[in-house]
Design a protein around this ligand. Structure first.
Ligand code: ADP
Length: 397
C-alpha cells in the first residue's frame, strides 16, 4: 500500500532574513529541485506532514520554534527521519557541530552547510538528503505492504481455522449418529442368530450352526466397535466441567463399575496416599478403566497378574502410573498404539484398538499428557501427567 504525501520530494526553505529565501529558492529551482518558502512557525507542521527536507538558515533555527521542531522530530514514525539542512556562518559552524542533537533531540538528522554559500554545495547537499529521504518513503511503503500482508494472512488463517473446526464438529456429529444408529440393527442380527441357535440348534447341520455362531460373534464385535467409537466421539464433544478428584476413590469406583476388571480385586496394589488431581471424573474413570482393562487383557500367560497404581509429584503436575507385569510392548509400537484403531499385529486378544486413543483424548482434554514405558516381555507402565487438585478449576469446550 503506497501513501503519497504531496510534499514528500519538496525542500521547505525557512530563511527569514533579507533576500536569503529568494536566493536559495532560485538556486534550488534552477537545479530542478522542488522548493517552497516557509515560515519558521510552520517548520514543525512540515515535519508532521512528512515533507522532503527542511533547509533553514541559522537565524531561523535560533528562534523559539526550536522546541516545537524538536517535538515534531520526536513524533515521527519509526521509518522517518526528515533531513534538516542548516545554513550557518563559517564562524558558527563549530558551535553548531556539537549542538543539533542538544537543540533538536536524538531524532534530528542535521546537515550543516557553511557560508559563504556556493550554489553547487547547497544543491549537492539538498539532492543528497532528498534521495536519502526517498529511500525512507520506500521503506515506509514496504513496511505498510508487509503489515497489510500479515493482516490478510491472519484473516485467512482465522477463516480456515473456523472452517476446519466446523468440519471437525460435523464429522464428529456424523460419526456419533452413524455409530448410534448402527447399534439397533446389529443387536437384531445378533439376537436372531442367537434365537435360531437356541431354538433350532439341535436340528441344524453343523455347518449352519458354525455360520450362525460366526454371524453372532461378528455382530457382537461390531457392536463393541460402535460403542467404542461412540465413547471416543462423546469425549470430543461438549463441555467438560473440572473438579478436584480423589484418585483413590476413582480407582475403587472404576474396578467396581466394570465386570471385566474383577481380577484386579486381588491383583491390584494402590500405593497410598494417591495425590488428588483436577479433572473431569467420568473421563478419568473411562481412561483408567481402559488402562486397567488392558492390564488384565494383556497379562502374561502363566504369570499371576500384578498391577500397581501410584502417584508422584513432578514439578507442578501429578504423575499417575499404572504399572503391570504383562506381555509388554515393543518400542516401535509405542507411539502408534495411541492412535485410533491401531493395535499390535498378531495378538489373539480381542479388542478394537480404540481404548488407548480414548485414554489420550480424555487426558489431553484435561490438560494432561500420557506416555508409556515398556519393553516386550517386561510389563508396561502407562503414565498420565495431570494438573493437581490445587490448580484452578476450568471448563473446556
Ligand atoms: P485394544 O485393547 O482394543 O486392542 P487399545 O487401544 O486399548 O486397543 O490398545 C492398543 C494396543 O496396545 C493393544 O492391541 C495392545 O497390543 C497394546 N497394549 C495396550 N495396553 C497394553 C498393555 N497393558 N500391555 C501390553 N500391550 C498393551
Amino acid at each position: 500500500m503506497k501513501v503519497a504525501e504531496p510534499n514528500s520530494d519538496v525542500a521547505m526553505v525557512v530563511a527569514p532574513i533579507g533576500a536569503d529565501a529568494k536566493n536559495i529558492l532560485a538556486v534550488l529551482r534552477a537545479a530542478g529541485i522542488k522548493a517552497i518558502a516557509a515560515k519558521a512557525a510552520e517548520a514543525a507542521g512540515w515535519v508532521d506532514q512528512a515533507a522532503g527536507a527542511l533547509v533553514m538558515t541559522e537565524e531561523a533555527v535560533s528562534t523559539r520554534e526550536n522546541r516545537s521542531l524538536a517535538e515534531a522530530f520526536e513524533r515521527q514514525p519509526p521509518w522517518s527521519e526528515i533531513p534538516l539542512i542548516i545554513v550557518t556562518s563559517t564562524g558558527a559552524i563549530h558551535r553548531w557541530a556539537s549542538l543539533p542533537s542538544a537543540v533538536f533531540g536524538v531524532r534530528s538528522n542535521v546537515t550543516l552547510v557553511a557560508r559563504p554559500l556556493r550554489a553547487s554545495t547547497l544543491v549537492a547537499a539538498v539532492k543528497s538528503v532528498l534521495s536519502a529521504r526517498a529511500r525512507q518513503f520506500q521503506l515506509r511503503d514496504l513496511l505498510n505492504e508487509r503489515e497489510a500482508l500479515l493482516a490478510s494472512l491472519e484473516i485467512r488463517v482465522q477463516e480456515r481455522t473456523a472452517k476446519l473446526q466446523e468440519l471437525i464438529a460435523e464429522l464428529e456429529s456424523f460419526s456419533y449418529s452413524v455409530s448410534h444408529d448402527l447399534r439397533a440393527p446389529l443387536r437384531i442380527i445378533a439376537g436372531y442368530a442367537q434365537v435360531v441357535l437356541d431354538d433350532f440348534g439341535s436340528t441344524l447341520v453343523p455347518e449352519v450352526e458354525q455360520y450362525l455362531k460366526r454371524i453372532s460373534r461378528s455382530a457382537e464385535r461390531m457392536d463393541q466397535l460402535t460403542q467404542d467409537v461412540l465413547a471416543y466421539t462423546r469425549l470430543a464433544r461438549g463441555d467438560l466441567e473440572f473438579a478436584p478428584l480423589d484418585l483413590e476413590k476413582i480407582v475403587q469406583e472404576t474396578i467396581e463399575q466394570y465386570p471385566q476388571l474383577a481380577p484386579l480385586r486381588t491383583a491390584l496394589r494402590v500405593r497410598r496416599p494417591l495425590a488428588a488431581v483436577m479433572g473431569h471424573g467420568p473421563s478419568l474413570v473411562q481412561a483408567l478403566s481402559n488402562l486397567l482393562g488392558n492390564a488384565v487383557k494383556f497379562a502374561r500367560p502363566g504369570v499371576p497378574l500384578r498391577v500397581v497404581v501410584s502417584t508422584q509429584m513432578k514439578g507442578d503436575r501429578v504423575r499417575l502410573s499404572v504399572k503391570d507385569n504383562g506381555i509388554g510392548i515393543e518400542q516401535e509400537h509405542h507411539a502408534k498404539i495411541f492412535q485410533i484403531f491401531e493395535r499390535v499385529a498378531g495378538q489373539e486378544v480381542p479388542g478394537t484398538g480404540i481404548g488407548l486413543a480414548i485414554v489420550k483424548k480424555s487426558v489431553e482434554r484435561m490438560h494432561g499428557t500420557v506416555s508409556l514405558v515398556s519393553q516386550l516381555g517386561k510389563g508396561s507402565t502407562f503414565i498420565l501427567e495431570l494438573p493437581p487438585a490445587t490448580s484452578k478449576a476450568a471448563k473446556v469446550t
